[in-house]
Write a protein that binds this ligand. Structure first.
Ligand SMILES: [Mn+2]
Length: 282
């Protein structure tokens, strides 16, 4: 079984399978400062800070693989002027430190390819597996092959929790989320999306059509590696009729992930409780 460990106190995860070690980080959003300058607030490029944090992490965790789980850049479809400079510089230093670097595309990664050194592998939005862990960004469906993994890991949501104190001050903290995932429900939704409708023998159909043995039972949601970004408080009480409507990404919307029962951890490893228990704090 692949070992899954958060790298405290970073928004990062280390997967270990025999002698292979994969460091996973998500949602770098390089170039996000551009949004501030468009609104008249000019700050220096924050890319060196993000890069130095990753270099420090690589030095500590000594990974053989680095998996960047989507949203490397911030501008969604085009390449902003700053990104032509910042992104190649970022990767030049990183690629010297890790033998194998893989980028899983997210929804902000339009036209990322020309900015990356040739040594970096670009993987589709349908994701990649490492041992028995399936990784994809989370804005799109994973490949059916990933359902053979016991655990899934996504980003995209930038999960935080909100805590309101008795004075009425509200703070948010970045968190890791570990949620139970109903593999049959997920398979049904994914195969439905791919054009197969079914009600019974769901894992049998998956096996027959894709030669995949269903194993998925849990989903981890990674905090964003860029700590300047805001995030969605997952313990916010929602007023909507259907609670799945509030979530982003097809997996969370499909209802296969039980967010209320999900466990919430701070970056330093502190276990806070389940999402349901934390709703009283928001
Ligand atoms: Mn995203």
């Amino acid at each position: 079984m692949t070992q899954i460990k958060p790298v405290q106190p970073y928004p990062a995860m280390l997967l270990q399978e025999n002698h292979d070690r994969a460091l996973v980080v998500s949602d770098l959003h390089i170039g996000w400062e551009r949004l501030l300058s468009q609104r008249g607030v000019h700050v220096p490029s924050q890319t060196p800070k993000i890069k130095n944090m990753l270099l420090k992490l690589i030095k500590e965790a000594k990974p053989t693989h680095l998996i960047l789980l989507g949203d490397i850049k911030d501008a969604i479809t085009k390449v902003a002027l700053e990104e032509w400079k910042d992104i190649p510089e970022f990767f030049e230093d990183i690629q010297e430190k890790v033998a194998d670097i893989q980028v899983v595309l997210g929804n902000h990664d339009g036209n990322l390819e020309p900015l990356l050194p040739e040594t970096i592998k670009i993987l589709p939005t349908t994701g990649v597996s490492f041992g028995d862990v399936g990784l994809f960004h989370g804005h799109a469906w994973p490949a059916p092959e990933l359902l053979e993994c016991r655990s899934l890991v996504t980003g995209h949501v930038h999960p935080t929790i909100a805590i309101r104190d008795p004075m009425g001050f509200r703070m948010t903290k970045q968190v890791f989320v570990k949620a139970p995932c109903d593999g049959e429900q997920l398979t049904k939704s994914l195969l439905n999306h791919l054009g197969t409708k079914m009600e019974t023998d769901i894992s049998g159909v998956l096996n027959e059509q894709h030669k995949v043995k269903l194993n998925v039972s849990q989903l981890f949601i990674m905090p964003s590696f860029n700590q300047f970004l805001g995030g969605r408080p997952i313990n916010e009480r929602r007023k909507r009729k259907k609670k799945t409507e509030a979530f982003i990404g097809p997996i969370l919307r499909s209802g296969c992930v039980n967010i209320d029962d999900a466990e919430v951890y701070l970056l330093d490893g502190t276990f806070l409780g389940t999402v349901d228990q934390l709703k009283a704090l928001s």
